[in-house]
Write a protein of this length. Sequence first.
Length: 234
Amino acid sequence: MKRYLMLICLACAAFAARAQAPVTADSAVGSGSGSGSGSGEVRVFTPVVGSRVVDSPFARVTPPMLAVKTNLVWWGARGTINGGAEVGLARRWSLELSGGINRWNLGGSAANNRKLAHWLVKPEARYWLCERFGGHFVGVHGIYGQYNVGGVSVPTLFDRRFRYEGQAWGGGVNYGYHLALDRRWGLEFTLGAGVLRFDSKKSDCIKCGDVVGREQKTYFGPTEMGVKVVFMIR
């Protein structure tokens, strides 16, 4: 009987010592966050290389708060000067304000007066699927601008035989992806669609002439296309 009692005491002492031992790096791998089985102990996942605990470069990193950018697609669209800024509102939310201006004649001279002159502003609210300024996002944007278009055909909107002066407004939805190149620089790809309302005065020649009427047209289609160079300020 004494022998059995001694064995039971030794087994209980060994179990108690094991329960009170600290969690090692190897035992923490893959445990995630939560409670140990019946012990009430909280275990937090820690990256491990072999048996050595290392600090993760992604642990508790605050995403950037402010970025400036420019759209290469707009620069390619007859040299439209453009820029924008984006500010973080929450870990997965941000707000962007961008704009562009183009006042140039397409032929490079005042004689023919062919142009797609315009200016516009575009606010956009974004929701990031992971965290702001990283990976995939979806957005809702608005657009307002004014234009002076003559000698150029744009399907469903403008006839090259006339000049159109007016304003446009509308909005849409878009999807995008931010590719980080390093700590400060990144590339952003975005594409969106929506609706725009055009309200134009229509003249009977591309250089001068009397106003022959007004036109109001509604456009459905792409409203956002971008390959943007992004610089993180902070």
